[in-house]
Write a protein that binds this ligand. Structure first.
Ligand SMILES: NC(=O)c1ccc[n+]([C@@H]2O[C@H](COP(=O)([O-])OP(=O)(O)OC[C@H]3O[C@@H](n4cnc5c(N)ncnc54)[C@H](OP(=O)(O)O)[C@@H]3O)[C@@H](O)[C@H]2O)c1
Length: 290
């Protein structure tokens, strides 16, 4: 798909992989809508994107993705300001420390930001994506999904020992289940729904992680790739290089990669879908999928 004139919404576009993604989309003359939680950081990034790309069609929607209400407000704002959406990039993500934190909605923080937020935002904007001639939904997952220790009855680790790292691994597994289930449900539409691992990237990622994890990240920095390389697979899936109508896959280095056995379990994917719908109280019967 040619990106010129397309409208792209990128979450977490003020930093790391998301900012480079936004810059490259802007360079290719797409309209870029940055969904960010911090106004100052978002505005600073927008100025940088203007400067580097020469494209001024860059917009900000403020939203803290840990709040379901703010996601609903952001989707409403999107509809007031824009009439179309071609590419949604669910990029924002966190890894938390080892203290289990809950959002104002009562959800475990990592599960809320990394999984429930993309679930809600995508479904609230799905009709716009479906009206695009070739709508694309891209979610940034991680190879970390392979290390998830999970119990489907306790994905928010309320009744199991909590670690920020395991919560992160579970949330990235959820990204793949979400992608596969949404792709299955929209298989009769023109939508492409895929997810990816960006590589181990030298971004701001891990700032809120435990001290031990941060130390590990610092030690591993020599092996990390740049944000530019980290954004490559996202941009591949957004752009014309990627084959059209490929949906429901997990990508790494611009190629389809087989995810873990658990990630390929359709019953888990369906169960997550049902649980997420119940938790977010989305009126899914009103969402047209095909
Ligand atoms: N870096 C890696 O090695 C790596 C590896 C595998 C997967 N990933 C995935 O890549 C994605 C991008 O991460 P990154 O490496 O670019 O890290 P990053 O530089 O920390 O960027 C994360 C972005 O998410 C935003 N964000 C976090 N919590 C948010 C919230 N509650 N509401 C709205 N925005 C929020 C951050 O905003 P603030 O700036 O305001 O905090 C930031 O813009 C994540 O999904 C991550 O899981 C990264």
């Amino acid at each position: 798909m040619k990106l010129r004139g397309k409208t792209c919404l990128v979450t977490g576009a003020n930093s790391g992989i998301g900012k480079i993604t936004a810059i490259e989309l802007a360079k290719q003359k797409a309209r870029v809508v940055m969904l960010c939680r911090n106004e100052e950081k978002a505005e600073k990034a927008r100025q940088e994107i203007y400067k580097v790309s020469g494209n001024t069609d860059i917009h900000i929607i403020l939203c803290d993705l840990s709040s379901q209400q703010q996601i609903h407000d952001a989707a409403d704002e999107y509809r007031r300001r824009f009439t179309s959406l071609d590419i949604l990039i669910n990029n924002a993500g966190i890894i938390a420390g080892n203290e289990r934190l809950e959002t104002a909605d009562g959800f475990e923080l990592t599960f809320a930001v990394n999984h429930l937020a993309p679930f809600t935002l995508t479904l609230l904007l799905l009709d716009l994506l479906r009206h695009s001639e070739a709508g694309r939904i891209i979610t940034v997952s991680s190879e970390a999904h392979r290390f998830a220790r999970f119990d489907m009855e306790d994905l928010q680790l309320k009744h199991h020992p909590y670690s920020g790292l395991n919560a992160y691994c579970i949330s990235k597994l959820c990204n793949i289940w979400f992608t596969r289930q949404l792709a299955a449900l929209t298989s009769r539409s023109k939508l492409s729904v895929n997810c990816l691992h960006p590589g181990f990237v030298a971004s701001n990622f891990g700032n809120s992680a435990s001290a031990a994890f941060k130390a590990l990240l610092i030690l591993s920095q020599p092996f990390a790739i740049s944000n530019e390389k980290g954004a490559a697979t996202t941009l591949y899936l957004a752009g014309s290089e990627a084959p059209e109508h490929i949906s429901g896959h997990y990508f790494k280095d611009k190629k389809i990669k087989k995810p873990s056995k658990a990630a390929l379990n359709d019953a888990y994917a369906e169960e997550l879908w049902e649980k997420s719908a119940a938790l977010t109280r989305l009126e899914l019967h009103k969402v047209s999928l095909s």
